[in-house]
Write a protein of this length. Structure first.
Length: 349
């Protein structure tokens, strides 16, 4: 006896239509939590970029690497000798940052998904003195904890189509702003406070409002999101980081029921630091100057989204995304970004 299975493309992924009769008419209310999760494409590295149906939870692990190199002033790179000519005795030449993040999501209702995130960072910075000698410094620690509520204000996750989600988040100052390492990388020297870029947190309570649009049709899914991080007050070291504004737009296509590539544009702007840390008053680097921290950047990123449909990791996803800046305009001298790569694993239940 032959058995014919009908595939129904919804939310950009396809699935076996024998398990959810309601989907044939475009209404997903008859599908199980797992079936709804299977059909969704989870866009990597978009904070609060997807929601869950009532009763579903998800845990995830993400690894992100960012490589920074070259000194920028505006949209152009400058040489280290040009930076020395501006009065700086030391400049940064390279920085590598690794961040590991654990996140959890739970949906008490179809219209509300709650999430929280905790990250751990490891950073290394290469320095060049004006006399041509070099040294390295390192930093590591937990970053700021973030929590967010995702409120669907238009559309229905169980019906697919277009949705509008309000992001209401907060960043809590759990990351240290007092990270130190041996002065000029000399293990025999006392510890010195590291530059703003090497600190783990902001030191302030920072609201994170945003708005996310999600859409899908057949095997395609797409979306856009604006997200802000708004700083208030001053931290214990007498400064606050600049506000951050981020705008992302993406599209994905479900080639099979378990594989979907994606393309994303991610633009960001961050402002100058207000105030300054007295511990960096004698720091000889541009990165130690609070008035040289603003910038704009536009990244082009390509991602791969894999769904594991069976076996011990059933209902899990593996995602990878990498990209490069196509534009950056930095108040400088300031280290530019060279490339970024991330990988993530999620499990829904």
């Amino acid at each position: 006896m032959a058995v014919v299975l009908m595939t129904i493309p919804v939310h950009g992924m396809v699935m076996d239509g024998a398990s959810g009769g309601g989907a044939a008419n475009g209404d997903l209310t008859g599908l199980s939590l797992q079936e709804l999760y299977d059909m969704d494409i989870v866009q990597p590295n978009v904070l609060g970029g997807h929601t869950h149906p009532a009763g579903e939870a998800m845990v995830g692990y993400d690894y992100m690497h960012t490589s920074m190199t070259g000194l920028y002033q505006g949209t152009h790179q400058i040489s280290s000798s040009q930076a020395f000519g501006e009065g700086f005795g030391v400049v940064h030449t390279d920085m590598e940052m690794d961040m590991q993040m654990i996140d959890a999501m739970y949906a008490p209702s179809d219209r509300l998904t709650l999430m929280t995130m905790l990250n751990y960072k490891t950073m290394s910075m290469e320095h060049l003195r004006s006399d041509g000698s070099t040294f390295s410094q390192w930093a590591q620690g937990f970053g700021d904890v973030e929590a967010m509520g995702l409120i669907t204000i238009l559309g229905d996750i169980r019906k697919g189509g277009n949705r509008l989600v309000l992001n209401v988040g907060m960043s809590f100052p759990t990351g240290s702003i007092g990270i130190k390492d041996h002065a000029e990388g000399n293990p025999n020297a006392p510890d010195a406070l590291l530059e703003y870029i090497m600190q783990m947190g902001s030191g302030t309570y920072d609201p994170m409002p945003g708005l996310t649009y999600l859409g899908d049709s057949g095997r395609w899914s797409w979306g856009a999101q604006n997200m802000e991080t708004v700083r208030f007050g001053l931290n214990d070291h007498g400064y606050r980081l600049g506000n951050e504004y981020r705008l992302s737009a993406w599209g994905a296509y479900g080639i099979t029921d378990w594989f979907a590539p994606s393309l994303r544009l991610d633009g960001s702007h961050w402002g100058e630091i207000t105030g300054s840390d007295p511990g960096l008053a004698n720091n000889p680097t541009p990165e130690g100057r609070s008035y040289l921290r603003a910038g704009d950047r536009l990244d082009l990123l390509f991602g791969l989204n894999f769904l594991i449909p069976k076996g011990i990791f059933k209902c899990s996803r593996f995602m990878i995304e990498g990209g490069i800046p196509v534009y950056q305009n930095l108040e400088g001298p300031q280290l530019g970004t060279a490339w970024m790569l991330s990988a993530g694993f999620t499990y829904g239940f």
